[in-house]
Design a protein around this ligand. Structure first.
Ligand code: ADP
Length: 283
């Protein structure tokens, strides 16, 4: 069983001929909404990759909350501990112009209220095999969760995104750090060297693992026709934790397939099922 503690947002996406200038109103082409937030995306990806997943986080009391909860439930993610708090749900307001340039406003909303953990949330962490977190919730909650997990033998997987300087209190509790090349450079060798396991995603070049005894392994990404790499990192992280019990080599192989399959599809919300991953791997 996997417990994900993280963000959940509604993506509000407008496509426009060009990005509006300050004070300007322009007509857009299309509008769509979808569920997002790294926490929810990775929880859904892990569930679709075959894991039993529980999500911990918060939505608001607005009209978006219902759809956000539904997106988790539809993917068979256990959302029974999802908090509903007064105020707005998290949103990402995204504008994409004809040239593919974007501008994005993220408002944390309900996500920012997850500062301390409740007793049922602590139990869900202690009872899980793996805790997966990102950094779109307050660091206090992430640190408390990682410490609680460590104390109960739950494996802690951290995707430090968006990258911020990490307190020692948190770093000391991480078993597996999952970073892309940008995050890897931002965190630096000193931080990475402290981690028992580091998994680095390398885009079209796949991913690399470095284990506790210095062992390394590289897994190439399957070749696909890339449509949209948005969400590939989240699909990778979800599949990695879902398959972590197969060992790092197999987990990386499945995660690379999940990332590649997502890059071959439009949009962010289409992480592959375990059957699709296995079909790509020919197993
Ligand atoms: P992020 O999107 O977080 O920056 P990456 O770009 O490293 O992360 O992509 C995450 C994973 O998605 C990669 O490890 C790989 O498995 C897969 N992936 C991304 N881009 C491609 C691509 N062009 N072809 C095949 N797989 C890809």
């Amino acid at each position: 069983r996997i417990t994900v503690l993280g963000s959940i947002n509604t993506d509000l996406v407008a496509t426009t001929p060009r990005l509006p200038a300050p004070g300007e109103t322009i007509l857009g082409h299309t509008f769509s909404t979808g569920s997002g937030g790294k926490g929810a995306n990775q929880a859904i990806a892990a569930a679709r990759a075959g894991a039993e997943v529980r999500f911990l986080g918060a939505v608001g009391d607005d009209a978006f909350a219902l759809d956000l909860r539904e997106a988790l439930v539809e993917a068979e993610v256990d959302a029974t501990l999802l908090r509903e708090v007064a105020g707005p749900s998290g949103v990402a307001i995204i504008t994409v112009d004809d040239a593919g340039e974007n501008s994005i406003i993220v408002v944390a909303g309900a996500n920012a209220t997850v500062v301390e953990l409740t007793d049922p949330e602590r139990d869900a962490i202690a009872g899980a095999a793996v805790l997966l977190c990102q950094l779109e919730l307050p660091l206090t909650a992430i640190t408390a969760a990682a410490r609680h997990a460590r104390a109960h033998g739950t494996t802690v997987v951290l995707n430090p995104s968006p990258a911020v300087p990490l307190p020692d209190e948190l770093l000391d509790c991480v078993d597996v750090l999952v970073v892309n090349e940008t995050e890897s450079a931002q965190l630096g060798a000193t931080t990475l060297d402290r981690m028992p396991h580091v998994v680095t995603t390398l885009g079209a070049r796949g991913a690399r693992w470095r284990g506790p005894d210095g062992a390394t392994h590289h897994c190439g990404a399957p070749t696909v026709d890339v449509v949209d790499t948005t969400g590939a990192g989240d699909a990778f992280a979800g599949a990695l934790v879902a398959c972590w019990d197969l060992g790092p080599h197999e987990a990386l192989r499945h995660a690379c397939a999940a990332g590649a399959l997502t890059a071959a599809r439009p949009g962010a919300g289409s992480s592959p099922t375990r059957e699709e991953i296995d079909a790509m791997l020919g197993s």
